[in-house]
Design a protein around this ligand. Structure first.
Ligand code: ATP
Ligand code: MG
Length: 501
């Protein structure tokens, strides 16, 4: 099993991991999946989950689940529970290694003190707007804050007082003292701590200063002993900053490797956008079956195996691309084809009367439960004089390529008989087709003609008298527009299950 998995997976990240093991740079492999608990997981996260847990498993290592909960305002326990459930459902196990960035708040505070003492961090009184303005642009250097050269003693005192709650939100921040002229904007004295008088979902009211994501992420990786920190491309420019922090603190170095995010047609993969759909009531919730969330896909009936297979197929690369949602649907059908029992159902019925079948007669025919899995056996399907077929399976005046039922044409009813359409009965006023009159060939019982004659189509059907009412939920894509990145529009959301408009 293990060998097969390794054979199946090959990409630039696995090559790096292999090299690091071979050269002795890494003794073991330790990865993590680090969601921010500010929304439900989507199929893009599934890519990251499969990669992080997959790499760990293939190379005999470990993968942690870490909640990146540095922002008290947007994070909730509901999301933590949903994320746990989704990762488990996808088939991955973090065992007892469930960590939170907030577990490290004390440690991060101590690290900050260490940097202040070494003159590598300072308290700044500039407002958020002023800091932005001082930061410069890609073409213009930044300007140093007038508070940049405060003494270590003053910085220590102010930072402690920030922590004690002596200042209001936004009055002061702690910044790293790096280089305001750096070509990399992330290195221009980034903010490490901000004041937020907000309760946190885990630490309660213990803190009123909170670490920025960029100050927390790398150190959390380091504290957990992560060897390979796999993240998406937008963090490439942050890597020098993460490395700078690790070097100044002289702590375990996690190697960051970036890969391309998953983008998919007809949907959005951004929690910010998805939360908007939920909050504004455009969908019924995070698990609305049209949502690209794991919870939505579960509710829609997607097997977890199909999502894992999809992630294997798309692979990991460095270049951004758009994956066709049809590939995901193919992966779902591939698994369901092997596992789902079949039944016949007619969604849009057209009545068919078998004129040469005895009035009031019926019989039972054998239908195979799954053509791809013999062990699933067969079932009896009732057949009688009046049947329903799908409206789309008949055309009065068919074009060349239409092989299904038409006047004068013979087709197979699956597991039943060949039938021939002799007459089309219409509403005299509207001209709508009301029913078809057909004859059946009793010699073709079970679906084959003893004389070897062939038909070009096999239709599904139900016996009108024996059929059961059913509620069928037919879902289409969440958006009508294929590439939402081109022009963002909320107007093309479907209104109902199928609502094309
Ligand atoms: P979003 O933009 O949806 O909010 P995010 O990156 O902010 O996504 P996180 O909770 O921080 O969401 O993501 C957890 C992990 O999942 C990160 O390592 C992130 O890189 C990865 N991830 C998120 N979206 C995708 C995606 N579309 N494709 C691949 N990986 C993703
Ligand atoms: Mg994020």
């Amino acid at each position: 099993m293990k060998e097969r998995e390794q054979d199946n997976h090959s990409d630039f990240i696995r090559d790096i991991v292999k090299d690091d093991l071979a050269s002795g740079r890494s003794q073991n492999i330790h990865t993590r999946f680090p969601p921010e608990p500010n929304g439900y997981l989507h199929i893009g996260h599934a890519k990251s989950i499969c990669l992080n847990f997959g790499v760990a498993r293939e190379f005999g290592g470990l993968c942690n689940l870490r909640f990146d909960d540095t922002n008290p305002v947007k994070e909730e326990d509901e999301y933590v529970r949903a994320i746990r459930e989704d990762v488990k459902w996808l088939g991955f196990d973090w065992e007892d290694r469930e960590y939170y960035a907030s577990d490290n708040f004390d440690r991060l505070y101590d690290y900050a003190i260490q940097l202040i003492k070494e003159g590598k961090a300072y308290v700044d009184d500039l407002s958020a707007d002023e800091i932005r303005e001082h930061r410069g642009t890609l073409t213009d250097q930044g300007r140093e804050s007038p508070f940049r050269d405060r003494s270590v003693a003053e910085n220590l005192d102010l930072f402690e007082r920030m922590n004690k709650g002596e200042f209001g939100d936004g009055e002061k921040v702690l910044r790293a003292r790096i280089d305001m002229s750096s070509g990399n904007m992330n290195m221009r004295d980034p903010v490490m701590y901000r004041i937020l008088h907000e309760d946190h979902h885990r630490s309660g009211d213990k803190w009123c200063i909170y670490p920025m994501y960029d100050w927390a992420h790398g150190q959390c990786d380091s504290i957990e002993g992560i060897t390979h920190s796999l993240c998406t491309l937008e963090f490439e420019d942050h890597r020098p900053l993460y490395n700078w922090f690790i070097e100044q603190l002289n702590i375990h170095y996690p190697k960051q490797i970036e890969f391309a995010r998953l983008n998919m047609s007809y949907t959005v993969l951004s929690k910010r956008r998805l939360v908007e759909l939920v909050d504004k009531g455009h969908v019924s919730g995070w698990d609305d079956p049209r949502m690209p969330t794991i919870a939505g896909m579960r509710r829609r009936g997607y097997p977890p195996e199909s999502i894992r297979n999809f992630c294997d197929r798309i692979g990991v690369a460095k270049r951004d691309s758009m994956v066709d949602i049809a590939l995901l649907e193919f992966c779902v059908r591939e698994v369901l084809n092997k596992t789902a029992p079949r039944v016949m159902a007619v969604l849009n019925p057209l009545k068919v009367v078998i004129t040469n079948y005895p009035d009031g007669g019926s019989e039972e025919l054998d239908a195979i439960n799954n053509p791809e899995d013999e062990s699933m056996g067969s079932r009896k399907v009732p057949f009688s004089k009046v049947l329903y077929i799908e409206k789309d399976d008949f055309m009065e005046d068919p074009p060349k390529k239409f092989f299904r039922l038409a006047p004068g044409r013979e087709v197979r009813l699956r597991y039943a008989y060949f039938i021939t359409c002799n007459e089309v009965i219409k509403d005299p006023v509207t001209g709508d087709i009301l029913e078809l009159h057909c004859t059946y060939d009793p010699a073709t019982r079970g679906g084959d003609a003893p004389d070897g004659r062939k038909v070009k189509a096999t239709l599904h059907w139900v016996s009108a008298e024996h059929s059961l009412d059913a509620e069928v939920r037919a879902y289409d894509h969440l958006f009508l527009k294929e590439d939402l990145a081109q022009k963002r529009s909320q107007r093309c959301i479907q209104s109902g299950h199928r609502g094309y408009w």
